[in-house]
Design a protein around this ligand. Structure first.
Ligand SMILES: [Zn+2]
Length: 481
């Protein structure tokens, strides 16, 4: 798209009109701030596949060729009822959704017969830690702090396959070790490593002694400034320290920033301001008064079903702050150990009833809610796909219909990642993250145990329920001159 004079004019007007977020009487922003980058690159400009909206060529990481999915019922993720339809993909892009019988697709397209199956957007898991040591891996939390990059990588690669097998085509990694998630994000995008699309926060940022800080300290902790650079958390002190910690994740290529309690108001306000100036959304793992501080600072989403006031819930709804309740994680914790022990930021009682009640309260208030699991911290990907199905069922218990829960798992998940214009539904112009399911998942979530095919960015990554790897293509040796 070229920049026409009219378009330039619109940009200039938007720029003149831009003022830093207006503030409510309680000192918090009235609405989400306008991101600096958004002024210059409206979402309608199809130049980028990433949250940062860094312009990329239209062919960036696109596979060659085209394919069509014929004969299936389409659940497109918009909320519309499933219907018979044909989906056409060229390169990485969904180019058309056709009526049954319409054969208007490229002659060379590979035709997949999906008769009797449901075609739908790939599922999104908004809360994972690709490298986290869990279960029998975690001999002690200190070994997590000292995990080598190579071990982290292999752990994550194995999990990426399980995500695909479970129909999950995007994950939001909200803290992993060192540079590992950034490397895997690149290798997945180029098709070299099969797995879901990765959006990563890099290391989470917390205070000395804060939630997850223990995972970053080796022997001699906590007197290690900033923690271990190869760890999954970064320790920061004071507003400037929190700004610097945000800048470091940004420099590594973070898609979002993850903050965890505890912190002071000055610290989280500085961190959120810095992230938003850099065009990055912020999510927070917090509870009680730390949620109040996060709302005041203007965060974009809040993880978990942890305690918060009714006023906080109302403010989340009013300001468009999303929730990723991760009910399944707390259910597993409750059933496994009877409560949450050993974290300095979890000093309250939780049980299966209170977590669902909190999520239901957010639903009733109109808070935007997406699906995230966080069970990777407890059992790796071992519980998949049951853990995802369980979270969908929790969503129906707190007031979602089955269809609405699947929209939360796809369209809303993409919106929470600020990728709603590129992912989450099957519509012309969207990136081709598509799964084919044996059965009707919009009527019976158990069908999600039978994900047969998955495409990520138009690339076949799962075929007949197994990871698909493109065959090796030999490069000829150079000829003798
Ligand atoms: Zn987590």
């Amino acid at each position: 798209m070229t920049m026409t004079g009219k378009f330039m004019g619109a940009v200039l007007c938007a720029s003149l009109l831009f003022t830093p977020a207006a503030f409510a009487q309680d000192g918090g922003p009235l609405a989400r701030p306008i991101y600096e980058r958004d002024q210059w690159l409206p979402p309608s400009v199809p130049t980028s596949d990433d949250v940062l909206r860094v312009p990329t060529p239209a062919t960036y990481n696109a596979p060659k060729g085209s394919f069509v999915l014929v004969g299936g019922r389409l659940f497109d993720g918009t909320g519309k009822a499933a219907r018979p339809a044909t989906v056409v993909v060229i390169g990485k892009t969904i180019t058309a959704v056709l009526e049954p019988g319409d054969r208007n697709w490229p002659a060379e397209a590979v035709v997949h017969d999906v008769t009797g199956k449901t075609v739908m957007p790939g599922l999104i898991d908004l809360h994972t830690h690709l490298t986290f040591m869990a279960g029998s891996d975690a001999a002690s939390v200190y070994s997590s702090a000292n995990l080598s990059a190579s071990e982290s990588t292999m752990r994550a690669v194995k999990r990426m396959s399980v995500y695909l097998e479970s129909g999950i085509t995007s994950v939001r990694d909200v803290a992993s070790h060192g540079d590992v998630p950034f490397v895997l994000k690149r290798l997945q995008a180029s098709g070299e490593v099969p797995g879901p699309r990765i959006f990563t926060a890099g290391q989470l940022i917390t205070q000395t002694g804060g939630h997850a800080a223990i995972h970053t300290f080796g022997p001699g902790w906590p007197e290690v400034a900033n923690g271990n650079p190869n760890g999954m958390a970064r320790i920061a002190s004071g507003p400037d320290g929190w700004r610097e910690a945000v800048r470091i994740q940004f420099a590594k290529g973070a898609d979002l920033i993850k903050l965890a309690s505890e912190y002071s108001q000055d610290e989280i306000t500085a961190a959120v301001d810095e992230a938003h100036s850099l065009g990055l959304p912020v999510t927070v793992d917090a509870e009680t008064q730390y949620i109040d501080m996060a709302i005041k600072a203007g965060v974009d989403s809040i993880e978990h079903p942890l305690p918060r006031s009714d006023a906080a819930v109302a403010l989340m709804a009013k300001r468009g702050i999303a929730s990723v309740p991760t009910m399944i994680a707390y259910r597993v914790i409750q059933r496994g150990s009877g409560g949450y022990f050993g974290s300095t930021s979890r000093r309250f009682e939780l049980n299966e009833t209170t977590i669902e009640a909190m999520a239901a309260k957010m639903r009733r208030a109109g808070v935007k809610m997406g699906i995230g699991l966080d069970v990777v911290a407890l059992a790796g990907t071992g519980f998949l796909p049951g853990s995802y199905i369980d979270e969908l069922e929790s969503f129906t218990r707190i007031g979602f219909t089955k269809s609405e829960a699947l929209v939360a798992a796809t369209k809303t998940g993409a919106e929470i990642m600020r990728m709603g214009d590129r992912l989450g539904t099957i519509e012309p112009g969207k990136l081709a993250d598509i799964i084919v399911v044996d059965g009707n998942p919009d009527q019976d979530f158990a069908a999600l145990r039978r994900v047969k095919t998955a495409f990520v960015n138009g690339r076949l990554m799962l075929q007949d329920g197994r990871i698909y790897k493109e065959p090796h293509v030999e490069v000829p040796l150079p000829e003798r001159k």
